[in-house]
Write a protein that binds this ligand. Structure first.
Ligand SMILES: [Fe+2]
Ligand SMILES: [Fe+2]
Length: 358
């Protein structure tokens, strides 16, 4: 007979019982296997090829109840029908509570036997449908999660690109190349890490620091690109790149853009209150801006301009930590300055790395 109605394993230490069960089931078109030895039967069950198990309760080695317990322990849900003598009835009822599907009192009539098997097979089919459905659902969730991740990745990529191009637009007018912006970001990350700031802080400063000079987009080129000494008026105009930057970035619903606005506004503030535009003192200036400030200064001193040479790392280090009259250590948060001293060699590496091809 072809296996059209499902695969059944019958277990009984009584051989004649096995034979008669097999005959009844085969006539009905079931694919039947029999096993007299319960230990071997359990191994066959664990292989997971049966739709329904029919087993005697009392057998040498492993009992029918133990077979059920072993199956459930392994998460196998296939229905099990117990064959039981009248004396074992309480045990059989208890077994239903522990996960047996049904029981048959021996001796049973073939029609009762087939009725129980039919019910068991229907249950087994439902279980399989449920399993397939669950699996399909899991795969769909997996697929959707992957699609979502991809979409999110694209949005992040797009965000970064828009930001990068916005920064580029602001640099267009400046003498600085885009590398200054990237270096300030790299120094800021190094310094934040040196200060022992958490990952979240480091990520946020990595996002906001490159936007610090975005306000330069609003400064006339004639002033921004001037190589001669600036007049007071012109210098005051340059200073407004802080407020213009904040103006461009302010009012966002996005926390990162709001932080970038505050960094743009405050990156020229000094710890001793001598900075601009608000003359904030000490911790009135957000830590992110205190970090970006020293990074910006380091890079400005390292970079040569038509009106000034590069000071080189040693001299720059000296100016920042001892002062030269224009730039003084009191401009910086002592904590941040200390951290800079500890990792200034990495600053040098970042700068050198970026300029080795020039
Ligand atoms: Fe600036
Ligand atoms: Fe800058």
């Amino acid at each position: 007979m072809i296996n059209t109605k499902g695969k059944i394993l019958v277990i009984d230490d009584d051989k004649s019982m096995l034979k008669s069960s097999m005959m009844i089931l085969k006539v009905e078109g079931y694919d039947v296997e029999i096993e007299q030895e319960s230990k071997a039967a359990l191994e066959r069950i664990i292989a997971g090829v049966y739709d329904l198990i029919i087993t005697d309760i009392r057998m040498p080695n492993i009992t029918g109840l133990e077979i059920i317990a072993e199956m459930r322990k392994r998460g196998m849900e296939e229905p099990v029908i117990l064959m039981t003598a009248y004396a074992e009835l309480p045990a059989a009822i208890d077994a239903i509570r522990r996960g047996a599907y049904d029981f048959l009192l021996k001796p049973f009539k073939p029609e009762d036997f087939l009725l129980a098997v039919g019910r068991g097979m229907r249950f087994s089919r439902l279980l399989n449908i449920e399993k397939r459905y669950k699996k399909q659902l899991e795969q769909e969730v997996l697929l959707k999660t992957r699609e979502l991740k991809e979409a999110f990745g694209k949005i992040t990529e797009l965000n970064n690109e828009i930001m990068f191009r916005l920064i580029k637009a602001s640099e267009y007018k400046d003498q600085e190349t885009g590398t200054h912006i990237v270096r300030v970001k790299q120094y800021s990350v190094v310094l934040a890490e040196e200060l022992g700031m958490p990952r979240d802080f480091v990520d946020k400063i990595a996002f906001s620091s490159p936007l610090h000079d975005v306000g330069k987009i609003g400064i006339p080129e004639s002033v921004l690109l001037k190589t001669e000494k600036l007049t007071n008026e012109e210098f005051n105009l340059i200073k407004t790149h802080t407020t213009i930057g904040a103006e461009i970035l302010k009012g966002s619903n996005n926390e990162l853009i709001r932080l970038a606005a505050e960094v743009a506004l405050s990156h020229h503030e000094r710890f001793d209150g001598s900075g601009y535009p608000r003359g904030l003192i000490g911790e009135e200036i957000i830590l992110e801006a205190r970090i970006v400030n020293i990074c910006d200064q380091y890079d400005a001193l390292m970079t040569s301009r038509p009106y000034k040479p590069s000071f080189g790392h040693e001299k720059t280090y000296e100016i920042l930590t001892i002062g030269d009259g224009r730039t003084m250590p009191s401009h910086f948060d002592p904590k941040v300055l200390e951290a800079f001293k500890n990792c200034s060699n990495i600053f040098k590496d970042i700068y050198d790395d970026d300029n080795k091809h020039e």
